[in-house]
Design a protein around this ligand. Structure first.
Ligand SMILES: Nc1ncnc2c1ncn2[C@@H]1O[C@H](COP(=O)(O)OP(=O)(O)OP(=O)(O)O)[C@@H](O)[C@H]1O
Length: 250
C-alpha cells in the first residue's frame, strides 16, 4: 500500500480545504463508503479512482451534501459541514458536476449557464455568461439547445455551469466519460486552467491517461475504503492496486 506526502499546500493554519473523518454510508446491509478519512489540500488536483462499485460516486455525494452519511464528518476549511445542505455547501464555495450530464436539454446553452448565476445581482451577467462560455469553447453554441450539443460539449457545459459561481472546490464525477482522445485532452486543459485560477479539484475518473494528465495526487478507493494514496506513478507501480484492478477491465 502506498502513502505519500506529495501534497503540502495546507493553508497557514495547517487546515485542509476539505477533510473527512470516518465517513461512512450504508445502503441497507451494504457499506458503500467505509470509514473514509481523507484530506484534500487547497490548490491541488486530486483524482479518486477505484474499481466499479468502489464507492467513488457515493463519496462525492456525501462530500457535496447530496447524501447524508451514516457516520462520520465532513470538514470544509476546518468547519464541520456534515449537517449543511447541498445549497449551503455551494454557497460556501463547493460545486459538483455529476456523472450523468444534468443539463437542461430544452434550454439553450446560454440559458443553462444563466441558471447557476441567476441569484447574482450583477448587472454584467451577460458578460459573465459570455466569458464562461468562451472559457469552455461554447460561445458559438450559445443559442443551441443543450440537447443538440455533442456529448463532449454537454460535459463541458456542465463543467461551465458548475464553475460559473467561481467555486473554491470543484468535484467532478467522470468529466471525460465517453469522450474522444481529443475531447479528453481538451477537458484536461480546462481542468488545468480552472486549477491555475485557484480552483481545487477532486475528480473521479476511470481513464488512466486522463488521470495521468491532470492528477497531482491520487486516492484509490476499494470496497468503500481508502486503499492507497500517492502520486500517479506510485499508484501505477503499486502491486496491490494492480491486483484490485485485475479483471476489472480498466
Ligand atoms: N442509492 C443507492 N442505494 C443502494 N445502493 C447504492 C446506492 N448508490 C450506490 N449504491 C451501491 O453502493 C456501491 C458503491 O456505488 P458507487 O456508485 O458509489 O460506486 P462507484 O465507485 O462510483 O462505481 P462506478 O465506478 O461503477 O461508478 C455499489 O455497490 C452500488 O450498487
Amino acid at each position: 500500500m502506498t502513502t505519500s506526502e506529495t501534497t503540502t499546500n495546507a493553508d497557514a493554519t495547517g487546515e485542509a480545504l476539505l477533510r473527512t473523518e470516518g465517513l461512512t454510508k450504508q445502503f441497507g446491509g451494504l457499506v458503500a463508503v467505509d470509514d473514509v478519512t481523507l484530506r484534500v489540500e487547497s490548490g491541488e488536483i486530486r483524482c479518486l479512482i477505484g474499481p466499479n462499485g468502489a464507492g467513488k460516486s457515493t463519496l462525492l455525494k456525501l462530500l457535496v451534501g447530496q447524501l447524508s452519511p451514516s457516520a462520520g464528518q465532513v470538514f470544509y476549511r476546518g468547519e464541520d459541514i456534515t449537517d449543511l445542505s447541498q445549497h449551503d455547501r455551494a454557497r460556501n464555495g463547493m460545486s459538483m458536476k455529476f456523472q450523468v450530464p444534468a443539463v437542461y436539454g430544452d434550454l439553450s446553452v446560454r440559458q443553462n449557464v444563466h441558471i447557476p448565476l441567476q441569484r447574482e445581482v450583477d448587472h454584467n451577467i451577460d458578460a459573465e455568461i459570455d466569458s464562461t462560455l468562451e472559457s469552455f469553447g461554447l460561445l458559438d453554441e450559445a443559442g443551441t439547445r443543450a440537447d443538440d450539443l455533442a456529448h463532449g460539449q454537454q460535459q463541458w457545459l456542465e463543467i461551465a455551469m458548475a464553475s460559473a459561481l467561481d467555486p473554491d472546490l470543484l468535484l467532478l464525477d467522470e468529466p471525460a466519460a465517453g469522450m474522444s482522445v481529443q475531447e479528453t485532452e481538451r477537458t484536461a486543459d480546462y481542468v488545468h486552467r480552472l486549477n491555475d485560477q485557484g480552483v481545487t479539484l477532486l475528480v473521479i475518473e476511470h481513464d488512466i491517461d486522463f488521470v495521468r494528465a491532470i492528477a497531482q495526487s491520487v486516492t484509490v478507493l476499494h470496497q468503500g475504503e481508502v486503499f492507497a494514496e500517492g502520486t500517479i506513478d506510485e499508484i501505477e507501480d503499486d502491486p496491490d492496486v494492480r491486483r484490485i484492478y485485475l479483471g476489472e477491465g480498466h
